[in-house]
Design a protein around this ligand. Structure first.
Ligand SMILES: *[C@@H]1O[C@H](CO)[C@@H](O)[C@H](O)[C@H]1NC(C)=O
Ligand SMILES: *[C@@H]1O[C@H](CO)[C@@H](O)[C@H](O)[C@H]1NC(C)=O
Ligand SMILES: *[C@@H]1O[C@H](CO)[C@@H](O)[C@H](O)[C@H]1NC(C)=O
Length: 512
């Protein structure tokens, strides 16, 4: 435990040193890239402001197994603190939960919840998730250790961190603690309130997939409709062009060695494409590239927006040839590859398996093995293309994705099916009975279909932001923000004011 100044300048550029492999990995790297981009711009701002204090880094000693009091092993969990706006011991505490990656100091400096702290006088604390970033227990990532990685363990950490931090910072017992998080961490924020209402006063859950699902074919339904959405630069033609480009890639894959060699050169593949499983990886990665343009549409640092992608795909529209659309997809792949700092794209299934099997703690903060383990043991979330509306035919079907859990962790398909069911019965899926939770989603975000998008009652409310992408509400404000995003941020602020007023009334009622 304890606190020391943050040596955080060096850790920003690690992710891009890793070779990209696998489609899920592409999406995760895009997310990390965007986060780092925003982080480095927040760094710039911090330095310009000169006198502003840097966030402090601290460590909490947490039990490795919080469900077995006889097990005395522990690990160090990292947290970040920004106390510049804190109104004092009775002021609120904003607990920003980390998810499936490193938690950066920007988590307590910029974007929401940090941007709400000055007006509301809050202490902002960012808590890194166990097994990610620098909060990996000693002993690495082998199966015996990964037994202690789950959302339930992470929630136990939230509860004990909440108590330990209150002691450490001498927070008054009546101060409201409010959880925030985005994506998986958004689900954790909602669940923290659900499971520990005596410790967490309220939660704001952004883009939180609270329903686990094995076959996430709905992801591509949203991708498909977003590609057609004219408000973000999509069109019916764009979706058709995307389909045509994929059909052309498939045709070339089937057209013999010479065509494959040409495809390899044109797409910047690291290795040959003659194995069926590598061809499936290729299609999966290209799908993730299009999915990524939708999921991160309009975000600072995103290499490709829907408008730009559609522009590329339709550059040869008057020509109406499949190969013209394919040319657009190829350029899109080059743009993404370049901005992620990759010299080539790996489509090797064997390489994906080897990377996921590596039990050494990763140098980069992305945590592919850990997150893949959580998908195999809790959430599924395997993106497929099985609905007729899906623009990318012939994607790897569910069995080949489940097979990876078997190859990497020895987990059978039937165990994954059961795990997903257990997750939904444990938390309640999309009809979780939590109070004082605000769910925020963007309707362009493929993940919103697994979240709560309609207000379920007076104390479980929902905002669905038109044309917004994944976790956009949490990003730092920009002049280009849409009016609907500004309005949503205003509503989040009003909700917090309402909760803090309620907390104050309770303090008075309880004579504190
Ligand atoms: C609890 O921890 C003790 C000590 O490490 C161990 O002997 C025991 O098997 C554990 N129990 C369970 C249920 O894991
Ligand atoms: C903690 O806060 C209380 C008031 O809430 C104060 O009386 C006490 O001196 C504080 N202790 C420390 C160590 O700051
Ligand atoms: C259409 O595109 C193809 C492939 O890019 C090219 O070979 C052909 O010349 C183009 N036709 C016209 C009319 O531009």
């Amino acid at each position: 435990m304890g606190i020391r100044p943050a040596p955080w300048l060096g850790s920003l550029l690690l992710v891009s040193l890793w070779r990209l492999s696998g489609s899920a990995s592409l999406l995760r790297r895009l997310g990390a890239h965007i986060q780092q981009f925003q982080e480095s711009s927040s760094l710039g701002l911090g330095l310009d402001a000169g006198a502003r204090a840097l966030p402090k880094e601290g460590w909490l000693q947490q039990p490795l197994d919080p469900f077995n009091a006889s097990d005395r092993r522990s690990f160090l969990q990292r947290y970040w603190v920004n106390d510049q706006h804190w109104a004092g011991q009775d002021g609120p505490v904003f607990l920003h939960l980390g998810g499936e990656g490193s938690l950066w100091p920007g988590s307590v400096m910029r974007g929401h919840p940090a941007a709400l702290a000055p007006v509301l006088g809050a202490l902002v604390v960012g808590l890194e998730h166990r097994f990610y970033g620098l909060s990996i227990p000693i002993g690495g990532l082998d199966m015996a250790q990964l037994r202690f990685l789950s959302s339930r363990h992470a929630l136990a950490d939230v509860a004990s961190a909440r108590l330990a931090l209150a002691r450490l910072f001498n927070v008054s017992s009546s101060s409201p603690w409010i959880c925030f998080g985005g994506s998986y961490a958004g689900a954790l924020a909602a669940w923290a309130r659900l499971k520990f209402p005596h410790l967490i006063f309220a939660s704001v859950a952004s883009s939180a997939p609270v329903r686990a699902v094995l076959d996430f074919s709905e992801y591509n339904d949203v991708v498909s409709s977003s590609l057609m959405n004219t408000a973000i630069g999509g069109s019916r033609e764009c979706r058709t062009a995307a389909s045509a480009a994929f059909a052309e890639v498939e045709r070339r894959l089937r057209s013999g060695k010479a065509a494959q060699t040409q495809l390899r050169a044109e797409l910047g593949a690291c290795g040959p494409l003659d194995r069926i499983e590598d061809q499936a990886e290729l299609l999966g990665t290209l799908q993730a590239l299009v999915g990524g343009a939708v999921q991160y549409d309009g975000q600072a640092g995103a290499p490709l927006s829907v408008r730009q992608l559609c522009g590329l795909l339709l550059a040869g529209w008057s020509n109406r040839s499949r190969s013209a659309h394919y040319g657009g997809l190829r350029r899109a792949a080059q743009i993404v590859m370049r901005s992620l700092g990759q010299r080539c794209l790996s489509f090797s299934r064997a390489e994906t398996v080897a990377q996921l099997r590596n039990t050494e703690p990763p140098v980069s903060g992305v945590g592919d093995r850990q997150w893949f383990y959580q998908t195999c043991t809790e959430f599924g979330f395997y993106v497929t293309c099985e609905d007729p509306g899906c623009p990318f035919s012939q994607l790897p079907a569910l069995p080949s994705q489940l097979d990876l859990c078997e190859q990497v962790f020895g987990l059978s398909a039937s165990s994954i099916v059961r795990a997903v069911d257990q997750t939904n019965s444990y938390y309640g899926g999309q009809i979780l009975e939590a109070t004082q939770v605000l769910f925020v989603n963007g309707d362009m975000d493929p993940w919103h279909v697994l979240s709560v998008t309609r207000t379920l009652g007076p104390s479980e409310s929902a905002l669905l932001i038109p044309t917004a992408s994944h976790c956009l509400d949490m990003a730092p404000e920009r002049p280009s923000d849409s009016p609907s995003l500004r309005l949503a941020r205003q509503k989040i602020f009003q909700q917090l004011q309402t909760w803090l007023k309620l907390a104050k009334e309770l303090q008075i009622k309880n004579g504190i």
